[in-house]
Ligand binder design. Structure first.
Ligand SMILES: C[S@@+](CC[C@H](N)C(=O)[O-])C[C@H]1O[C@@H](n2cnc3c(N)ncnc32)[C@H](O)[C@@H]1O
Length: 466
């Protein structure tokens, strides 16, 4: 049976007194009944009510105040682990437990949580006991290895989708994109994502940040690709660190940092057209040395509010935020003053998020082929609209956190076919030959967890003729 012994999660961080203190205390024994109740509630919200996993866990853990920090962590880890393997677990239980699909929802979920723990390497008898499973239910857990053999004997296409816990249509797309590497790619998407910080260059350099974090008891290692990143011990509650409160770093995946590097924003006029809560905006402000005008636009007022808070903490002064309408003449009018004026326009487009399944394992079960088509249509519209702000000789940088060609290369090709005044600048020209060679192949940034250890990202630099 496949084992994934690393406890996966990017969930609400457990409360803790100090990062160093927690690591050095002997953990209290987990009160299994309370942990199971909390898991059932949070998982039920996601599976049966369609809520987002991070919000569901946040809600559950916020009102279950009696749980200790190690118990909170166990809840988050178990729920995320099951979400990563939901399809596999369902297949195994349907084979190991006659009548599984007729059981009531709660009993099914208790079995799912138990099977997932076994799949992640916990001994079946311990799991059965701590889940209070007896009789037919305990027998089903013991029969999981037989069910795993049934999975192995399926035709490869079918087996891949179930073993990787991907909907069939996504499994097919993984095969199209990654070919013989599809299984490795999907497995890496089912791993736990690292906790990665991006240095705020206004405060100092990466070595200084490293020293500060180590002084606070956090062990860190430099990111291999981004010169701005440090990987933090995943048990760290980054938000409680002094270095975070003092604006020394932001949490940002290494792939996202590399996409931000493609912009190479000069201290003139730059537009971050889909700025969200400002992950890349803050990075661009550093590139601009806090000078010039950095216009951060988004349709989501809540995210723009968050961006403003983060900018204050980071000591960023050159950002002008604007909430814009999504579509139509009003959206066009809002951009009119910036038409043909920007040296750089970043379109970090809304997408399927197929590159970020490590962090949002539940997203795959919500995604449909129709939703991907809608994303593509919107990406083309956004690129068209925001390209109008690029001045002659300026650059349009297009990015997604999708691994799908239709949202990436195909959108760029479609744009270039209608805009002969734009050409592709190979990312290696921006990142340097050595780093460029690692994030290719080809003229675009194309990152995937199994190859780069980052989330899946795509980036293209398009230059408007003078
Ligand atoms: C991938 S996220 C951006 C992430 C952000 N750049 C960062 O680095 O944190 C895409 C963003 O596009 C925004 N968006 C969606 N439709 C938009 C539109 N028509 N115009 C501008 N922004 C839009 C979403 O609200 C979302 O915040």
């Amino acid at each position: 049976m496949k084992k994934n012994p690393r406890p996966p999660t990017r969930a609400p961080q457990p409360r803790r007194d100090s990062p160093a203190g927690e690591a050095s205390r002997a953990p209290r024994p987990v009160r299994e009944d309370l942990v199971l109740q909390a898991c059932l509630e949070a998982y039920g919200f996601v599976r049966h009510e369609g809520r987002l996993a991070d919000r569901a866990l946040d809600f559950t853990l916020r009102h279950k105040r009696n749980l200790y920090s190690n118990e909170r962590r166990a809840v988050a880890e178990r729920v995320y682990a099951l979400l990563r393997r939901q399809r596999t677990v369902d297949f195994l239980l349907e084979h190991a437990h006659r009548g599984f699909i007729r059981l009531d929802k709660t009993r099914q979920d208790v079995l799912r949580l138990a099977a997932s723990r076994i799949l992640h390497g916990e001994p079946p008898e311990v799991v059965a006991r701590t889940s209070a499973l007896t009789g037919q239910d305990a027998d089903a857990l013991a029969a999981l290895p037989t069910a795993a053999r049934a999975l192995e004997s399926l035709p490869p296409e079918k087996r891949f989708a179930i073993a990787a816990s991907l909907p069939d249509f996504l499994a097919r797309r993984f095969r199209e994109v990654f070919g013989a590497d599809a299984e490795r790619a999907a497995e890496a998407m089912n791993e736990r994502a690292p906790l990665t910080a991006r240095l705020n260059g206004f405060k100092g350099d990466r070595e200084q940040l490293r020293a500060l974090l180590e002084k606070e008891g956090v062990s860190v290692t430099p990111t291999p690709l981004s010169p701005l990143g440090l990987v933090l011990d995943t048990r760290t509650n980054a938000f409680s660190l002094d270095a975070f409160r003092d604006g020394w770093f932001e949490l940002q995946d290494e792939g996202s940092q590399l996409l931000g590097m493609l912009v190479d924003a000069p201290p003139t006029r730059v537009v971050d057209a889909c700025a969200g809560a400002g992950g890349k905006t803050l990075q661009l402000a550093v590139q601009m040395k806090n000078r010039g005008d950095l216009h951060a636009l988004d349709v989501d007022e809540g995210r723009i509010d968050e961006l403003r808070k983060r900018a204050r903490r980071a000591g960023v002064h050159n950002v002008r935020t604007q909430v814009i309408p999504a579509e139509g003449p009003e959206a066009d009018a809002a951009l009119e003053p910036l038409k043909g004026k920007a040296d750089r326009v970043l379109v970090d487009a809304p997408c399927s998020g197929t590159g970020t399944f490590r962090r949002k394992p539940d997203a795959r079960y919500r995604l449909t082929p129709e939703m991907i088509e809608d994303h593509v249509a919107r990406q083309k519209r956004l690129l068209e609209r925001f390209s109008q702000m690029v001045k002659p000789g300026g650059r349009l940088i297009y990015g997604t956190c999708s691994i799908l060609r239709e949202e990436n290369e195909a959108v760029v090709e479609d744009f270039l076919a209608r805009h002969p005044d734009y050409s592709v600048r190979p990312v290696a020209e921006e990142l340097g030959a050595e780093l460029g060679a690692k994030v290719g192949p080809g003229p675009f940034l194309r990152l995937a967890p199994h190859q780069h250890g980052t989330d899946g990202f795509f980036g293209a630099i398009l230059v408007r003729a003078k």
